[in-house]
Design a protein around this ligand. Structure first.
Ligand SMILES: Nc1ncnc2c1ncn2[C@@H]1O[C@H](COP(=O)(O)OP(=O)(O)OP(=O)(O)O)[C@@H](O)[C@H]1O
Length: 359
C-alpha cells in the first residue's frame, strides 16, 4: 500500500476517486499486429466519485457504461490505468496480501448475485464466522463469537437469528441470501459499502425491503454507500446523490432529487424517459417523448466517439460535440448539480474541482 498524506482530508469523506481510468487491453488481431496498433476497451475514463459517511451515492447508467468497473476499481480488485483512490485522504493502491486485507476491512463490496456469492456447501454460520475471523471481529471464545453472529443477523433483520444461522444458501430465499451477503460484508465492520446492483436479481416485491435495509444500515452505522444501478427511479428513492455514466464517462451529477426530476444532460433525460412511467406517459402523451436519434445503441468502447461520447445519439448535437470533450458545467438549480454538455456552455461556468472544507 502506498500512502501519501493529503491536505484535503475531511472527516466525512471516506473514499474518493479522481481521474479514475481503466482500459482493458484486448487481444491483438492480425491487423493490429501489422499496424502495431494497441487496442483497448476504454471501460472507464476520468471518473470522479466521493463517498461520504452516512450518505448513499448512486452510480447510474445502462449496461456496459462502466459502473461495475468503477466499483471493482474502488474495491482494488483491478489495477487502474490512471487516477487516484484515497481512503480517508490517503492515496491507496494495493495488489493483494495484507495491505489488501487492511483495505477490505474498510471497504466492502456486495455483488449482484447472492446465489453466486455464497458457497452452496456452507451454512450461514460458516460464511459469517469466516468473515468475522478474517477481519479480527470474532471476539474471544465461543460465547463472544456467538454474540457477534447474532448481532450480524439482527443487523440485516434475519431474526430470530437461530432460525437462519444453520441454514444452507439453498434453504433461503433470494432476499434472505442477499441479506446474508450484506451481513458477511458487515462482519468486516466496514466504513464503505460498494453495492453493485444489489437488488436487480431479486423479485420486484422484495427489492424495496433490501434497499430499505441498506438505508437503515447507512443511518445506524454511518456507512458510506455506493449504489450501482441501471434503474434511475430507484436512485431517486434511495440515494442522496446521483451520478450518471455513459460509455465510460460521467455525464451528470448532483443531488438525486434534482438529477432525476430536472435532468440536464440529454442522456440522463433519455434514461429517465426510457424508464416505464405510466404517470409521465399519461401526462405528456407518447408522441411527446423525445426519440433517440441512433436507435439506442451505445458506442463501441474500443474506438469511442470523439468529443462527447453521446453525440451520435443526441437530438441536440452541435458540430462542437463531435470534436471537443465537454467539461462539467455547474448548474444553479440544485445541490452541486453539473452536466458535461456543451448545451450549458453559454449560460454556466465550468465546475471547479471541489475543494473540501477541512473541519
Ligand atoms: N475484464 C474485462 N476485459 C475486457 N473488457 C471488459 C472487462 N470487464 C468489463 N469490460 C468491458 O468494459 C465495459 C464496461 O463494463 P462494466 O461491466 O463495467 O459495465 P456496467 O455498466 O457495469 O454494465 P452491466 O450493468 O452490464 O454490468 C464493457 O464494454 C465491458 O464489456
Amino acid at each position: 500500500m502506498t500512502a501519501t498524506p493529503t491536505a484535503q482530508t475531511t472527516s466525512d469523506v471516506v473514499l474518493e476517486a479522481k481521474g479514475l481510468t481503466k482500459h482493458f487491453a484486448v487481444r491483438r488481431g492480425l491487423r493490429d499486429l501489422l499496424t502495431r496498433e494497441k487496442s483497448a476497451v476504454h471501460a472507464v475514463d476520468d471518473v470522479t466519485v466521493t463517498l461520504r459517511r452516512g450518505r448513499v451515492t448512486a452510480l447510474v447508467g445502462e449496461s456496459g457504461s462502466g459502473k461495475s468497473t468503477v466499483a471493482r476499481l474502488l474495491a482494488q480488485l483491478y489495477p487502474r490505468t490512471a487516477g487516484d483512490i484515497r481512503l480517508h485522504g490517503e492515496s491507496v493502491e494495493v495488489k493483494g496480501g495484507r495491505p489488501f486485507r487492511r483495505y477490505v476491512r474498510k471497504v466492502q463490496m456486495i455483488f449482484q448475485d447472492p446465489f453466486a456469492s455464497l458457497n452452496p456447501v456452507h451454512t450461514v454460520r460458516y460464511h459469517l464466522t469466516r468473515a468475522l475471523k478474517i477481519h479480527g471481529n470474532a471476539g474471544k471464545g465461543s460465547a463472544e463469537l456467538e454474540k457477534a453472529l447474532q448481532t450480524l443477523l439482527e443487523r440485516v433483520q434475519l431474526v430470530p437469528a437461530e432460525r437462519y444461522i444453520d441454514k444452507f444458501p439453498h434453504e433461503l430465499s433470494g432476499g434472505q441470501r442477499q441479506r446474508v451477503a450484506i451481513a458477511r460484508a458487515l462482519g468486516a465492520n466496514p466504513e464503505a459499502l460498494l453495492a453493485d446492483e444489489p437488488v436487480s436479481m431479486l423479485d420486484v416485491s422484495i427489492r424495496l425491503g433490501v434497499l430499505n435495509l441498506l438505508r437503515d444500515l447507512k443511518d445506524r452505522l454511518d456507512l458510506a454507500i455506493l449504489y450501482i444501478t441501471h434503474d434511475i427511479a430507484s436512485a431517486r428513492y434511495f440515494a442522496d446523490e446521483t451520478l450518471v455514466m455513459y460509455a465510460g464517462r460521467m455525464v451528470e451529477g448532483g443531488d438525486s432529487e434534482t438529477v432525476t426530476q430536472r435532468p440536464a444532460h440529454p442522456y440522463t433525460r433519455l434514461l429517465i424517459e426510457s424508464a416505464p412511467d405510466p404517470d409521465r406517459m399519461a401526462a405528456v402523451g407518447p408522441d411527446e417523448v423525445p426519440q433517440d436519434k441512433a436507435g439506442g445503441e451505445p458506442p463501441s468502447l474500443i474506438k469511442p466517439p470523439s468529443g462527447c461520447r453521446f453525440h451520435p445519439r443526441c437530438v441536440h448535437a452541435m458540430p462542437k460535440c463531435s470534436t471537443e470533450l465537454p467539461p462539467r458545467f455547474e448548474l444553479p438549480d440544485g445541490e452541486d448539480h453539473w452536466a458535461a454538455c456543451w448545451l450549458y456552455e453559454i449560460t454556466h461556468k465550468p465546475a471547479e474541482p471541489k475543494q473540501e472544507a477541512t473541519r
